[in-house]
Design a binder for this molecule. Structure first.
Ligand SMILES: [Zn+2]
Length: 364
């Protein structure tokens, strides 16, 4: 991939373009989460209309259902779900550690049981890479250990060392299979891009060491993982600030699994190029809407006859057409359209925040 930085702001924020095989993505960017080959409740044409340029797929879910070999035979996830723009898959590690039952860790990898039917599976760095190649995202992630929080230094170091060994194995396997991407011939021999993940718990010196040792391995981009796991927000910010300074300026930097609107704006201004979070989509399905005036719970009785839009400042297709009263009715009546409209608005809000930061950096 090519990553061209156009402007750098006073706090380190970068206005850049990340040219991936399927799409040139303007950064800083928010990536909607499309867990099982769908951003829940939203059709792909609506995501395009919202201006989403890159979405996430979850390796763990797609591996279990419909299965990565099915997706490979369908031409890769882009073709299977008819998504023409960029895509990133996670390594499956986070879900293996958080969702599945009875997991057994070893140097080799993780044995776990499916949350769907209890069947037994094994993920190693090599297997995660094979699954991600079959899915065929533009960006794939090295397999890492998602450590519990809080963790003492000794435990955090041991986990970081394992993550580094797994990063090396992920990269070696990725390079040995680089010619097997489903869309490679179609796209003139373009290849996927592998990112490394910085771990180290809440220990600054471990974050530094992990970043430096990953940079030596030379990945296409770098992610900061293991955050938003229950720690206070100031600590998240500290870890991001600390880690960013050891990551190369000419490669994309991705903070995984954050966050609230104010967090993603802050991180983008600090120099984070990519972020993803289930919050805007998950919250939407529960009726929690983010607006320029704060959050509102659309289920509340006060909106029963409210003729206004969700957010008067929002230019999305939902705010242009529907009232708070109607959205509240859909939610209370448990109509499926409720999830769709709520999600469209929340995603428009999140994507709009990043558009705002990009404009700010372009002017500055
Ligand atoms: Zn809206």
């Amino acid at each position: 991939m090519e990553f061209e930085v156009y402007q750098t702001g006073a706090e380190g924020g970068r206005r850049a373009e990340m040219r991936l095989p399927h799409h040139a993505v303007q950064t800083p960017v928010f990536m909607p989460v499309g867990t099982a080959g769908t951003v829940k409740a939203v059709p792909q044409e609506s995501l395009e209309a919202l201006g989403a340029e890159i979405i996430l797929g979850n390796t763990y879910h797609l591996y279990l259902r419909p299965g990565h070999e099915v997706v490979r035979r369908m031409g890769g996830l882009h073709k299977f779900m008819s998504w023409p723009r960029a895509m990133l898959t996670d390594s499956g590690g986070f879900q293996v550690f958080s969702l599945s039952g009875l997991r057994k860790m070893s140097e080799e990898g993780v044995e776990f049981r499916s949350h769907l039917d209890g069947s037994k599976h094994f993920f190693s760095p090599e297997h995660s890479i094979e699954v991600q190649i079959a899915l065929g995202a533009d960006i794939l992630m090295a397999f890492d250990e998602c450590m519990e929080y809080p963790a003492e230094e000794a435990r955090a170091r041991e986990s970081m060392e394992l993550t580094l060994r797994w990063a090396r194995r992920s990269k070696a396997h990725f390079e040995s299979l680089a010619g097997e991407v489903p869309w490679q011939v179609e796209l003139g021999g373009a290849t996927q891009n592998l990112f490394g993940i910085v771990q180290g718990g809440m220990h600054k010196h471990l974050r530094k060491e992990c970043a430096e040792r990953l940079v030596e391995m030379d990945f296409a981009g770098y992610a900061i993982g293991g955050l938003s796991v229950g720690e206070p927000q100031e600590l998240t910010e500290d870890m991001v600030a600390e880690t960013l300074q050891y990551l190369p300026k000419d490669k994309p930097r991705y903070v995984m699994g954050v966050g609230y609107p104010e967090e993603i704006v802050k991180f983008a201004r600090m120099g984070v190029d990519m972020m993803d979070c289930v919050l805007p989509t998950r919250a939407a399905r529960h009726g929690l809407l983010f607006t320029s005036e704060g959050r509102l719970n659309i289920k509340n009785k006060q909106f029963a006859e409210d003729q206004g839009p969700v957010d008067p400042a929002c230019k999305c297709m939902v705010c242009a057409r529907y009232t708070r009263a109607y959205l509240r009715h859909l939610m209370v009546a448990q109509e499926p359209l409720s999830g769709t409209l709520n999600t469209l608005h929340n995603l428009a809000y999140y994507l709009g925040l990043m558009e705002g930061v990009r404009a700010e950096l372009a002017v500055g």
